[in-house]
Design a protein around this ligand. Structure first.
Ligand code: HEM
Length: 154
């Protein structure tokens, strides 16, 4: 991919846009009967931490790794929570609704790459949330790209 292709972070609108996304997402989570119970003890800065995580995944600054405990902290946050398939599905649904609500770019290229990460990440989170999950072979925050459909694809 050429150097002129923006990162998904830039395309999304940077830290500000991802912050709006996670604020709206967790507003919905707090009102959701399947998800509210498992998020009842989240801290006030949790939405911002997830925005920072997403920023790093989408090619933005490596702030989650450098300041917030990196991949290991994310892994530990899900471990043992026994996320159920219906809860994962609802998490994805609310995330995609929040993306529409806050006006993340709606072009097919961005959305397909965004959904791909949300699907992958949420399935990984669910797998790692099982008490018997094997130790993760990953050590670092994944960095996501445009896949088969970069911006401007005809
Ligand atoms: C792409 C998918 C996902 C991403 C990127 C993600 C991201 C994160 C991150 C970064 C944290 C740690 C926040 C911090 O540093 O303070 C976290 C915690 C957590 N996540 Fe996820 N997560 C995902 C999927 C899910 C799903 C599907 C569920 C459940 C349905 C879930 C439930 C939780 C819970 C309960 C916590 C701990 C909240 C607390 O502090 O009480 N996550 N997640």
């Amino acid at each position: 991919m050429s150097e002129t292709v923006p990162t998904m972070y830039e395309w999304a609108g940077g830290a500000e846009a991802l912050g709006r996304l996670t604020e709206e997402f967790y507003r919905r989570v707090r009102e959701d009967e399947l998800l509210a119970p498992i998020f009842q003890y989240m801290t006030d800065d949790h939405p911002q931490h997830v925005a920072i995580w997403l920023g790093e995944v989408f090619g933005g600054p490596k702030t989650y790794t450098e300041e917030l405990g990196g991949f290991r902290r994310m892994l530990k946050s899900h471990r043992g929570r026994e996320i159920q398939p219906e809860q994962r599905k609802r998490w994805v649904k609310l995330m995609l609704e929040a993306a529409d609500e806050v006006g993340l770019p709606a072009d097919p290229e961005f959305r397909s790459a965004f959904v791909a990460y949300i699907e992958w990440g949420s399935r990984r989170a669910m797998a790692n949330s099982r008490p018997e999950a094997p130790p993760s072979r990953r050590e670092s925050v994944p960095v996501w790209g445009w896949g088969q459909a970069p911006p401007g694809m005809p």
